[in-house]
Design a protein around this ligand. Structure first.
Ligand code: SF4
Length: 62
C-alpha cells in the first residue's frame, strides 16, 4: 500500500505551497512545477492538497 500523487502541470503555478506543507519532503519545484520526487515517503496526510490554491494535486491510495 502506498500513495500515488498526480500533479496537473497545466494548473500548477510552482508556488511551492505543497512543498512547504509536506511533512515528508515529498516535493521539489523543478522548472516552475511541483514534482513529487519522494512519493514513497508520502503518509497521506492531505496537507499538500489543502495547501494547493489551484487544486492541481490528486492523491490516490494504492
Ligand atoms: S499527502 Fe502529506 S505526506 Fe503526502 S505528499 Fe501531501 S503533504 Fe506530503
Amino acid at each position: 500500500m502506498g500513495y500515488v500523487i498526480k500533479i496537473d502541470s497545466g494548473l500548477c503555478n510552482g508556488d511551492g505551497n505543497c512543498k512547504d506543507a509536506c511533512p515528508s519532503d515529498v516535493y521539489e519545484i523543478k522548472d516552475g512545477k511541483a514534482v513529487p520526487i519522494n512519493m514513497e515517503e508520502c503518509v497521506g496526510c492531505d496537507s499538500c492538497i489543502e495547501a494547493c490554491e489551484v487544486n492541481a494535486i490528486t492523491l490516490t491510495e494504492e
